[in-house]
Design a protein around this ligand. Structure first.
Ligand SMILES: O=C(O)CCC(=O)C(=O)O
Ligand SMILES: [Fe+2]
Length: 428
């Protein structure tokens, strides 16, 4: 449980700055670090409504709705006309089943702002949510059960035991492996390839990355669009060949996680984070750019869990207010609930968790449905020099039509030519 201290020491940083930094961290899913910033801002000025609001959202995510509500009521008291505080307050109230209070909050705001269509939408939805069970969207398999809006769901509630054949690769469908590597992939859903990356390729990327003075890496999720050094390593010829060998399709890169500290992303599978037509035609790789220290929050996984039922975005999101799916931050906002059900499932199955204590140059490739996480560091801030890249089959990623073939010094491979901005401050 988090206790909030009032502190008077001033380090020159303002609550506004801390709030901006915390918001960026929150958007990137780094909840703990965001929380630290907001707590610091609160220590400097506990009456600043923006701080109270931000801290409240974090505490809610941390499973502390009562504290969150106290803070939000203070934010609303200080700035009663701020729409986002009203919406956050209403959502927290709904999440703990206090629908009448949420309605009251929305209604009193609407008395002052009768034209606020957004809050009116929330009010309507709260009424619906309080009374009517939510039905599954048409795209969800007919077999999916109809559930109530409640965050008390189980792994079985949001997973499909069988995904359609076209969403599975040949090896997933049980085709006979032709090599030992394919057999391992089919059995384990994870492949560790030791000393796979050449030192000079690691140096080429590390020299670039070291120039960025942000432990969390680029906030831009696709920095490969800006730097060939990332294309060189992410599309290294041996990797490209390995993906095609395992997946049966050419794979295109579209996401990089470039932090040199753990992401602290909670337990999950990756497939549900992507549009459903991508299915299992998706792969991710963890590259060790140095030896990984056990205190740094190593990558953890459950071997063979790719054969467990598969989490489904639609089945998950129906347990939240309808507009959740419109928010880019839904994966972050739902990750604690996902974590809980994954841990429950792992306990039910008596699963063994493995930790990747990789050495420099090792790579680990994992399946879209493998249960994994970036663990919490034993010693916060311990460096974890890694690069994580994600890829989808160029024949299945219909939402990313533009793709290009990169030809570099260390080989060639596909990447998706996305339009993703990078702020000036992180251009190096
Ligand atoms: O930080 C990690 O090790 C895992 C991150 C992760 O879940 C992912 O890249 O899909
Ligand atoms: Fe992941």
């Amino acid at each position: 449980m988090l206790t909030i201290r009032k502190q008077t020491t001033d380090t020159g940083v303002t609550p506004q700055q801390l709030n901006r930094e915390g918001e960026l961290l929150f958007e990137r899913g780094e909840l703990e670090s965001a929380l630290e910033k907001f707590v610091h801002a609160y220590e400097l000025d506990p009456d600043e409504p923006e701080t109270c609001n931000n801290l409240a959202v974090c505490l809610w995510q941390n499973g502390e709705p009562a504290q969150a509500l106290l803070l939000l009521s203070r934010a609303i008291e200080r700035n009663p006309h701020e729409q986002s505080y009203i919406i956050n307050g209403g959502q927290i109230l709904c999440s703990v089943g206090k629908f009448a209070e949420a309605e009251g909050l929305y209604q009193s705001h609407l008395n002052d702002h009768p034209d606020d269509a957004v809050v009116r939408g929330y009010l309507q939805q709260t009424r619906d949510q309080a009374r009517v069970p939510v039905t599954a969207p048409a795209t969800v398999c007919a077999a999916a059960s109809q559930g109530e809006v409640t965050r008390d769901f189980s792994f079985a509630d949001i997973t499909l035991a069988d995904i359609p054949d076209e969403l599975r690769t040949a090896l997933d469908k049980g085709s006979e492996p032709e090599t030992e590597l394919q057999a391992q992939w089919q059995r384990d859903g994870v492949l560790l390839l030791e000393k796979f990356l050449p030192d000079d390729l690691i140096e080429c990327y590390s020299e670039l990355r070291a120039r960025l003075k942000q432990p969390g890496g680029w906030r831009c999720p696709a920095p490969y669009l800006y730097y060939d050094q990332i294309k060189e390593i992410g599309l290294y010829k041996e990797l490209t060949a390995m993906y095609e060998h395992l997946m049966g399709n050419p794979m295109g890169m579209h996401l990089n996680l470039t932090g040199w500290v753990s992401t602290e992303r909670k337990w999950h599978q990756d497939r549900y984070l992507n549009p459903s037509p991508v299915g299992n035609h998706y792969v991710a790789v963890w590259m060790a750019l140095g030896d990984i220290h056990p205190d740094s929050g190593p990558f953890e996984f459950v071997r063979g869990s790719h054969r467990w039922p598969s989490m489904e975005q639609d089945l998950l999101l129906r347990h939240y207010p309808a507009e959740m799916r419109l928010r880019d931050s839904w994966p972050t906002e739902t990750q604690y609930d996902v974590h809980r059900i994954c841990e429950e499932e792992m306990a039910r199955r008596g699963s063994q968790v493995e930790q990747l204590l990789a050495k420099k140059g090792d790579v680990l490739i994992w399946h879209a449905n493998l249960m994994h996480r970036g663990s919490k560091p034993n010693v916060p801030g311990t460096p974890r020099k890694a690069l994580i890249c994600h890829y989808s089959s160029i024949n299945h990623r219909v939402d990313m039509p533009a793709k290009k073939l990169f030809q570099g010094r260390w080989g060639s491979g596909w990447y998706f030519d996305l339009t993703v901005a990078m702020s000036d401050e992180e251009r190096i």
